[in-house]
Each structure stands twice: as structure tokens, then as C-alpha cells.
Design a binder for this molecule. Sequence first.
Ligand code: C5P
Length: 243
Amino acid sequence: MGKEKLIVALDVDSLDKALALVDKLAPHVGMFKVGMELFNAEGPQAVRAIRERGGKVFLDLKMHDIPTTVAKAARVLTRHGASIINLHAGGGLAMMQAAAQAVEEEAGALGIECPLVIAVTVLTSMDQSAMNNQLNIPGTVEEQVVHWAKLAQQAGLQGVVASPLEIESIRAACGHDFSIVTPGIRPAGVKKDDQHRIMTPAKAIERGASYLVVGRPITAADNPVDAARSIVEEITRVSGGVK
Ligand code: C5P
């Protein structure tokens, strides 16, 4: 179903604000993204409260540390009941492998569904000049994104977060069983806000996105439920109504 592919970004700083959105949107969307702002303000109770209301949670905490530390943190996030967690591919193969293994073990021990562990590649706020000159990484952003996506797959991760413009090259390199979670989505005629490289929901799904992350076009809409439903309709239309 189209709604399973829609993740709403809860970019708010309090549980009250988050739950006001969750109460309205839970029946209409597939998942809620809890980022550093909400998690650092409210902690694990944010995840629990969303799950109690029937919502699934993508914990967007972008971990990056030594393998043991990330593995232990990933284990704890699995206990909170997140459906997706993420880390920076720049942390390297060993870090990603340790996290993937810890999550699988912990989910197995708890008898729960294993969360997807996905990698952040090159941040979309980073352009080629900053990547080449500040990070001292040569080549194009796209080459680096594909390189890190393949490394994440080699480490046993199930997908990446990527800009809509990178979907096709990641799909070509990593195949169809690899999840691509795509922000920067704007339905036709909706404000761009501070996003530069945007795509409509239909185009992103057609190019091969597995999940769309949408924030302000839904959360700041006059009627968030209508906004979510219209995006779900658009996704369902191009998915052929199958998934
Ligand atoms: O409101 P909007 O739809 O722009 O929100 C997009 C969400 O996706 C935000 O939570 C933003 O931090 C996140 N994101 C992004 N671009 C990335 C990674 C994450 O917009 N490359």
C-alpha cells in the first residue's frame, strides 16, 4: 500500500507537539521520523508514545563512533522498538558491521522484528567543493554516495538515506533488495522551503525510492491529514496500487 512508503518527519522539540501530529496522522501514514531534536528533548519516551498510538518509528540519530560504541547504542535503540535506525557510512565498514550484527542479535533475543539499519552517505547539505576541499574526498558527490552505499550493503546494512537525485545510481549499484529512503520531497505546487534538490512523490517512487520522508508539506499544511492522503494517493497511483 502507498501509505507504508510515507514517513512523516516530526521535526518538533516537544512530545506534545509530536503527539498532536501522530494522533491525527497515524492512520494515514506508514511511519514517523524522530530526529535528534525530538529525541534529545524527550528521549526514548517519544518512541514509546508514538508506538503506543500505533505508529512505527524511524530513529534518525545518524550514529558515528567507534564500532563498539555504535553497536551498543544500536542494541539499545532496537529495544526501544524502532523500525529503522541509521548511522553514517563514513564510520567505516567495521562500524556498520558491528551495528548490523548487534541489532540482529538483539532483535532475535527479544523475539521482535529486526529494524532496518540504513546508512547516511554524503549529506545533501555538502556540495562537491566542500567534499573535495574540506573533507579531502576526491571525485563527485554521486561517486562517493554510490561508493558508500555499496560499502553499507557489504557491511550487511539494508539501505541508505539519499537525495532523490541519487536514487537511480544507487539502485543500479545495489539492486532491488536495498532500501532507499528519500527526503527532499515536494508535491507539485508546494513550497520548497530550504530544500534545493527536490522531487515530487510520484517521480521519486518511479525512480526507485522505497520510502519517502516528508516533513513540512504535511506538518505545516493547513490540513495535515489531507496533505498526507494526497501524497499517499500519488504514491499508490505510480506504484500501480500494488505496494
Ligand atoms: O520538511 P522537510 O520535508 O524538508 O523535511 C525533510 C526531513 O528529512 C527533515 O527531517 C530533514 O532533516 C531530513 N533530511 C533531509 N535531507 C537529508 C537528510 C535528512 O531533508 N539529506
